[in-house]
Design a protein around this ligand. Structure first.
Ligand code: AMP
Length: 224
């Protein structure tokens, strides 16, 4: 078996995405005695070393983190609730909400678009989003008919160029919406990132994983 097959030995592989999740996970790793010794923002490496020769971090797209963990290519990972809801959570154990990378999932429209009236009148809304499952469930629960348009990024552009009436996206400060003359009209849910663990790894590598999970849990409780 390859040295990178994390099921093969006592080595642990943690899947993270660059940016806020990576930055917010570093203090939790430190609480578990793990220091990442390379910086993904300056290194082009996708496999990062830590001070523990048995622990490595892989850098993947946020939406790919659950896939790597589900298939055991990573033993554990950190993923946003937004991403986990789209993935479905199959094959994943989700022991803790880390309360990091907090934001909210919202509906936004172009300034001046009368969302309330459109919804009340039963108009069929065109909604562009990366989060099609979450959007479908949200509008179905409200009894609003929607045509969902799947996008992979820059959702804010869709209403501006007439691709959609609304978007469903994650919002943090609201600066991106404001800069693009969009208005948040409905909050769907609060989002935070969760620790996810491969179910087989949890059984086979419990001795190594359990102390890290517990350290993450203690450290994330402190930051609340
Ligand atoms: P903001 O301008 O602070 O509201 O940030 C919004 C932009 O950042 C949007 O394009 C989002 O896709 C992205 N974003 C903000 N917070 C998060 C998060 N916690 N997870 C993923 N994407 C985020």
């Amino acid at each position: 078996m390859s040295a990178f097959n994390s099921q093969a030995n006592s080595q642990l592989i943690l899947a993270l995405s660059k940016g806020r999740i990576f930055e917010d996970t570093l203090p939790l790793l430190e609480a578990a005695g793990i220091i990442v010794t390379e910086n993904p923002e300056t290194s082009r490496k996708l496999i990062l070393a830590t001070n523990d020769p048995d622990v490595r971090v892989i850098i993947v797209r946020a939406s790919d983190v659950p896939t790597y963990v589900q298939h055991g290519a990573a033993d554990f990972g950190v993923a946003g609730k937004d991403v986990l809801l789209e993935h479905g959570g199959e094959g994943l154990y989700q022991p803790i909400d880390l309360n990091i990378a907090a934001c909210r999932m919202s509906v936004a429209v172009k300034a001046g678009f009368d969302y309330e009236t459109a919804v009340r009148q039963g108009a069929r809304l065109r909604v562009a989003t990366k989060f099609v499952n979450t959007a479908r469930e949200h509008f179905a629960a409200k009894g609003v008919h929607v045509d969902l348009i799947k996008l992979y990024g820059s959702m804010e552009l869709a209403p501006l160029v007439g691709l959609s009436d609304a978007i469903v996206d994650v919002v943090s400060t609201g600066n991106t919406l404001r800069a693009n003359h969009l208005v948040e009209v409905e909050e769907i849910m609060d989002i935070s990132s969760r620790l996810i663990v491969n179910q087989a790894a949890l059984k086979l590598k419990r001795e190594r994983l359990q102390p890290i999970i517990e350290a993450f849990e203690r450290a994330s409780r402190k930051t609340q």
